[in-house]
Write a protein that binds this ligand. Structure first.
Ligand code: ATP
Ligand code: MG
Length: 632
């Protein structure tokens, strides 16, 4: 429960709405609670009318005047109405005051009952309008809070958590918390109001009878709570099975080509079938429990009604108690009115429990602090000057892999530097550290003499154009994907960037050109096309520094040449770090760095490295060989 304290700030934010909702709940209950009293009154009137007409016949038969009748009627009226609500008393006085005929009196009461039901219903409508709407506002705020926090977390968090899964679970958690701030809140207040009002009037009317008739209700509430817990556990299990079933199906759909080519259809189906069978068994089990649930609830309520009529009836017959037929009717209606709220106790309790568990998870998430933080007094402004990796040493925090060892590199402003090396040698790590996705364990990275840890994080990242190794495009149009991160960019800039990235001709061939949707709802791009759009996204910005991480791996040699020659022009006044597996011999780089297991092993220009006759030479020769083999 204590975890749910986190939503108090939202209750406070929407306090007026909440207050209004509570007032509506009380009003709705107030009007509903008046109807048993009016019914009791009308039943008593009917009974009296019958009795009177009988005794009248009696009197006429015996020719004996009964002066006490009028006086008794008066007394009974006062006694009957003594415990009613002020409003009902006033109503009865007005009705009786106008001395209506008997049938007219019944008709007036009938209409009043209808009006009371309408009023109760109207306030219930308003209560839903306020409380449920409030819960939707809270849900919206909470989703935003989660999303905002999500974006602040750093790469390390995303590497250790499966993001899609996390986001799904979080969306579910938020909607469970909404069940607390909305329905549970509403039913709880409603429950308290109904129980409060009914008990008040019941005890006022007949405390002993109240005690008798209410004995089954706590048992009912407890049973419901107990059964609800079982149902909850079972449905949780079913939910888990269903989600694994869905994941399984999804994987089969997206990996269908692999499944087919490895002829694994039967095995996959067997696996799916087993999962499906487990799900079916659990679902049937749940249905069995649920089928006992409602009848047993009906039994308990029936028992209460039975007790009321039996005990009340005995009282009336023996005349030992102050009970009349009207009271019994009134009590039966109270019991019916209490049924729903009492049976909702278990439901509300499990809803609150679930919300608390969800909120606990959300709190844990919201309390995760990003490790990379903006400095307290960040240095703002444009990033310029030399980039200096000063004895940088770095271990990945989650795996402990020693990815960079005493990495020392000075890149002068305007220089174009290549980092080359085997897979896993630490090339991408260099880019990650430069963008402050991680901080180095020891040593420092500076730009223009300033440690990047002292710079404003957003300034730093927005001024380095980065093409990541793993391309990611949004399900949006080509133009929006290219313009991503630039607010208010011009169409002309998009065209130019696409031209630089040598992807313009292909885009022009799409039916809707730059407005073509990418992904599931639009065209499926080839690996190379995706890569080049990702390059265009980086080129559309006009930054001081450019980092390309292996971004030409999926394009052919001809396109590679085209892009490289375009880059010559684009990169003229910029500092560039190009990470690659291949040697781009036609580009005149200022410095080439060869990495091996996180350490710089060779460095120099193309000619210098060839003279060293090391790994670079080996790579170069291999590439030459490939060219000859493929006849280029
Ligand atoms: P490739 O050419 O295949 O892209 P790379 O040179 O870019 O390789 P890096 O990605 O820098 O290599 O990885 C260097 C080492 O750090 C590898 O051993 C890798 O397993 C490890 N590593 C990379 N990213 C992470 C990460 N997020 N968490 C833990 N270890 C990582
Ligand atoms: Mg890499």
């Amino acid at each position: 429960m204590r975890h749910l304290r986190a939503v108090n700030k939202y209750f406070w934010k929407y306090r007026w709405r909440l207050l209004l909702g509570i007032i509506f709940i009380i009003a709705s209950n107030y009007f509903r609670i008046l109807s048993p009293q009016v019914t009791g009154y009308v039943v008593n009137s009917v009974e009296r009318e019958l009795r009177d007409s009988l005794s009248k016949r009696d009197r006429e038969a015996n020719k004996r005047p009964d002066l006490a009748v009028a006086a008794r009627q008066q007394r009974e009226d006062v006694k009957d109405t003594a415990n009613y609500d002020i409003l009902v008393k006033k109503f009865i006085r007005t009705v009786d005051g106008s001395r209506p005929t008997f049938s007219r009196k019944v008709a007036i009461c009938g209409i009043t009952l209808l009006l009371l039901a309408l009023l109760g219903g109207f306030f219930m409508f308003l209560m839903r309008q306020t409380i449920i709407v409030m819960s939707r506002h809270i849900e919206y705020d909470q989703k935003n809070e989660v999303y905002l926090h999500y974006q602040q977390l750093d790469t390390n968090f995303f590497k250790t958590h499966s993001t899609g899964d996390l986001m799904n679970r979080m969306a579910e958690d938020v909607s469970r918390v909404r069940m607390f701030t909305g329905p549970a809140m509403m039913y709880l207040t409603n429950l308290l109001a109904t129980i409060g009002f009914s008990l008040f009037f019941m005890i006022r009317k007949d405390p002993l009878l109240t005690l008798y008739v209410l004995t089954p209700l706590p048992i009912l509430a407890m049973t419901i709570y107990y059964v609800n817990t079982i149902i909850h556990k079972k449905s949780e299990r079913i939910q888990a099975l269903l989600s694994s079933l869905t994941t399984n199906a999804q994987e089969s759909y997206s990996g269908i080509r692999v499944i087919k080519s490895f002829v694994q259809e039967k095995a996959m189906f067997r696996f799916f079938n087993d999962n499906s069978e487990a799900y079916r068994k659990n679902a049937v089990n749940l249905a069995k429990v649920e089928s006992i649930y409602f009848p047993s609830m009906g039994l308990m309520i029936g028992l209460s009604t039975l007790l009321t009529i039996m005990i009340g009836g005995l009282y009336v017959i023996h005349g030992t108690h102050n009970t009349d037929v009207g009271t019994i009717t009134e009590f039966v209606i109270y019991i019916t009115m209490l049924t729903f709220p009492v049976s909702a106790i278990g439901w509300v309790a499990s809803m609150i429990q679930r919300a608390a568990a969800s909120q606990k998870r959300l709190n844990e998430f919201l309390e995760t602090r990003p490790e990379i933080l903006n400095p307290a007094t960040p240095l703002r402004g444009r990033v310029r000057g030399d980039i200096h990796f000063d004895h940088v040493d770095f271990h990945y925090p989650n795996t402990g892999i020693h990815a960079l060892k005493d990495f020392n590199l000075l890149i002068k402003k305007g220089q174009k530097v290549v980092i080359i090396g085997r897979t896993g040698s630490g090339k991408s790590t260099v880019a990650q550290l430069l963008l402050r996705m991680y901080d180095p364990g020891s040593g420092k990275i500076s730009m223009g003499g300033t440690d990047i840890r002292e710079m404003d994080l957003q300034d730093l990242r927005s001024q380095v154009s980065y093409v990541p190794q793993d391309v990611f495009l949004f399900s949006d149009t080509v133009a929006h994907n290219i313009l991503f991160g630039l607010s208010g960019g011009e169409q002309e800039m998009v065209y130019r960037a696409a031209r630089y990235a040598a992807v313009d001709r292909e885009i022009e061939q799409f039916e809707q050109k730059y407005d073509t949707m990418i992904g599931e709802r639009g065209v499926t791009l080839s690996g190379g096309q995706k890569q080049r759009i990702s390059i265009a996204r980086a080129l559309v910005k006009d930054p001081e520094i450019v980092v390309f991480d292996d971004c030409l791996s999926a394009v052919d040699t001809k396109t590679e040449k085209e892009i490289l020659s375009n880059l010559q022009e684009y990169l003229q006044n910029k500092t560039a770090i190009i990470i690659t597996h291949r040697i781009f011999s036609l580009f005149d780089f200022d410095n080439i760095v060869v990495l091996e297991e996180g350490r710089i092993v060779e460095t120099g220009t193309h000619a210098e490295l060839l003279a060293l006759n090391g790994y670079y030479t080996y790579l170069f020769q291999q590439q030459q060989q490939e060219k000859e083999d493929s006849g280029i």
